[in-house]
Design a protein around this ligand. Sequence first.
Ligand code: ZN
Length: 188
Amino acid sequence: MAVLPIVITGEPVLHQRAAEVGTIDDALRRLVDDMLDTMAAAPGVGLAAPQVGVDARVFVYDYTDDDDVRWHGVAINPELLVSPPPLGEPDDVDDSEGCLSVPGERFPLRRSDRAVLRATDLEGVEYELEATGWVARIFQHEFDHLEGVLYVDRLAHPHSKAAAKAVRKRSWGVPGQSWLPGRDDLEG
Ligand code: ZN
């Protein structure tokens, strides 16, 4: 069990399609344990393996929704089906999204309201979850990570410009940068 450094936008592993997981072995179980620790320490509601520098199609999530239902799990080699995204401008508050690999920044992004996640858990059991609202957003965000897509890549004007400016200002967008939850405070 360990908190891992989280890589920042510009690190190549974040910007390429992640590799399928072959077998569920001790190394994968250890990775998932560490990802759960890292997500809790950050803190975050989701974390994908590329964010800790690992090229593998795995993400973890932990979110308690408005009905007090806890969505907590591991998605290995996931598939995601989404409803068409709503039209129109994102809401500055309700659609405000963030990412541990673009730490301390938030920008509004429209996401589909419904998503169906199909994945394998650590026991090798396939499962399917239908989510709406913020959970659907988390699944889309984390699944995107496995496709090499960050939420800032999806932003519409003028938010895309603001995000690019923020990344430049912090000298991100180049390889080799990371932060360690619990040690570095990048929220400011
Ligand atoms: Zn993210």
